[in-house]
Design a protein around this ligand. Sequence first.
Ligand code: ATP
Ligand code: MG
Length: 427
Amino acid sequence: MARQTPLRAIRGMHDLLPDESARWQQLEDCARAVLERYGYKEMRTPLVEQSELFKRSIGEVTDIVEKEMYSFEDRGGDQLSLRPEGTASCVRAAIEHGLLDQPRRIWYRGPMFRRERPQRGRYRQFHQIGVEVFGLAGPDIDLEVILLTRRLWSALGLTQLRLEINSLGDRAERAAYRDQLVAYLRQYQDRLDDDSRRRLETNPLRVLDSKNPDLAELIAEAPSLTEALGSESRAHFETLCAGLEQAGVAYQINPRLVRGLDYYNRSVFEWITDALGAQGTVCAGGRYDGLVEQLGGRATPAVGFALGIERLLELSQMPPPPSADAYLIAVGEQATAAAIPIAEQIRDALPQLRLLCHCGGGSFKSQFKRADRSGAKVALVLGDDELAEQRIGIKPLRGADGDDPQAKAEQISVSIDALADRLRNFL
Ligand code: ATP
Ligand code: MG
């Protein structure tokens, strides 16, 4: 048969290869630990939802719904979409399962799908960790959510992130501001690009979110939403700012920060870095008090954020952990036959140990090479002679760099019964 052309992954969608997965797991474990310390519980929802859910939550005139969703009709004629973000699904599930009876802190993780132009930090399948808090309306929880993200950055050893915040006010305040903004932008209609001109009619606040550098000056001069806030929104925002100051969180108020999704109100924030080029926002969130009602639930205040795992990993300098602690080598007929049962014994005795057992035979030399490449700290060495005496060798592999592994610290011989105790000293 003629050799087939191999198929490739879809553009903008990436395989997570075995050598990279340890860093992902490290980040996810770290995030999970921090989230649990704040009382969050994980929720998992389907990757596919009715398209209608995203139209109603994210908004018809957003980039995501207008041009980025993977939508299709299934064989039964239902209009479905791969989820482009997590909040809509969380709200849908919270309503559906009656989770809104009391305050809840929920987190999620997983892939999201948007058909954007692939580039550094921007993919068509990407991964987020996010939180949603339901049933709490005050600036105290907004503050706690931001402090949680700060704790996460320090747990991950990230220092280059800066916080921008803004308040979008409530619906009435935004409507009033919208009129001001439209009047302002109309004066400069011919300087706007096509997208912004269209947005001016459909969703003018989104013009402020434009990434077109030619519009930067125009946007900077636009009337400020902050001025349009009423006294309650203002007080909410000021309490949040005071809380951040008291907690020693540096922040910048960015009055142009409007977020790409329609559902936000009041507090919004982004954590941004300059180290990733144009795709500098690693985490974005805010309050969305109207969304639950908009999706058919009882009016419930809510706040949340989502962070991009790929962007965070690109920033993170954490070295990947080695994949094994010990590597069991066996040469000789009896020793080879005994290796797997002995490896099981060792695993029973040392539940934390990551033990690779050599399979497939070969000389000591070739097996030592494998052991060294595995990243293990020690090789456990079993020959027929050792086995006859119920002994096993322990050979440290991590000495001076670059030399022959067999030339490193001396191999010692211990009885198999004592191995677990002796091994602890090497790890
Ligand atoms: P951007 O301004 O970069 O387009 P966004 O406002 O569309 O981001 P959100 O929907 O708020 O992003 O998603 C939260 C986070 O998810 C972003 O800050 C980013 O870290 C990550 N993210 C969003 N879209 C992508 C993507 N296409 N590829 C990789 N990460 C993404
Ligand atoms: Mg986007």
